[in-house]
Design a protein around this ligand. Structure first.
Ligand SMILES: O=C(O)[C@H](CS(=O)(=O)O)OP(=O)(O)O
Ligand SMILES: [Mg+2]
Length: 241
């Protein structure tokens, strides 16, 4: 089979300048917790989630749209005065159905901003893993998996998830780069028990100290949703299939 499409991994947003993102469908990955919460919110009927890089940008939206919900998180905590932060439990149908949410987080929304010129941007998490992969297979495009990492550094959970995506796509005519091969090798190490394997991550430790271990377990549930959030203009909406 001719390997005519690229399947690559950007291990941290600090490396995004190495890629010509316009040539790729980009998948943003921030397992703990931004992209898991976005997938859950869109699945639960949020009309749109508007990702912004800075807290101040959230506030500017509220002036024009008093009905929007404002979500802001920094260093794992809800920013004072905001409706909620980055916990998936804030994105239930009761809270977000029919609503537009403006969201800024420490890592995930930064990765999104830096990838904004991509051919198309989709949001990935363990929650929508198989739905995402099935759709990616139909795009017939080069794919770049962008790991949000932690403060521009590498992290295990986002890379392992990239490896899980590669597991479903490899063999479909993609040419993998070395980061993609490494991510898939990491997935082989952790796949028997992902929750156990990722217990050692520094982010699990941070969230545990904040008393939000349930968020970690929730973000590692596999295939509990099917919605694929995609960027349309400046907002994330459910991809119409
Ligand atoms: O809210 C989170 O889980 C993290 C916070 S941090 O990594 O501890 O700063 O933000 P995210 O943008 O979802 O990685
Ligand atoms: Mg994160």
């Amino acid at each position: 089979m001719a390997l005519d499409k690229k399947l690559e991994v950007c291990l941290t947003p600090a490396l995004i300048h190495l890629y010509d993102v316009e040539q790729y469908v980009v998948v943003i990955i921030d397992i703990f917790r931004a992209t898991s919460s976005i997938c859950y919110g869109i699945e639960n009927g949020a009309e749109a989630i508007i990702p912004v890089a800075e807290v101040e940008e959230c506030l500017a939206y509220k002036e024009k749209h008093p009905d929007y919900l404002l979500a802001a998180e920094r260093n794992g905590e809800v920013v004072k005065g905001f409706d909620f932060g980055n916990s998936p439990f804030s994105y239930t149908a009761e809270k977000v159905s029919g609503k537009t949410v403006v969201l800024t987080t420490t890592n995930g929304t930064q990765a999104l901003y830096l990838s904004r010129k991509a051919k198309q941007i989709a949001i990935g998490s363990f929650l929508n893993l198989t739905a995402l992969c099935n759709w990616l297979k139909t795009t017939n495009e080069n794919i770049l998996l962008v790991c949000a990492g932690w403060k521009y550094n590498f992290n295990l959970e986002d890379t392992l998830f990239a490896g899980a995506v590669i597991e479903q796509l490899k063999g479909d005519g993609y040419r993998l780069d070395d980061p993609a091969l490494a991510a898939n090798d990491l997935f082989q190490l952790g796949k028997q028990d992902i929750k156990q394997y990722l217990k050692k991550t520094s982010h699990s430790e941070r969230l545990k100290q904040l008393g939000i271990e349930e968020d970690i377990a929730f973000c590692l549930n596999i295939d509990t949703t099917t919605a694929i959030p995609v960027l349309d203009g400046n907002q994330l909406i459910k991809l119409a299939l």
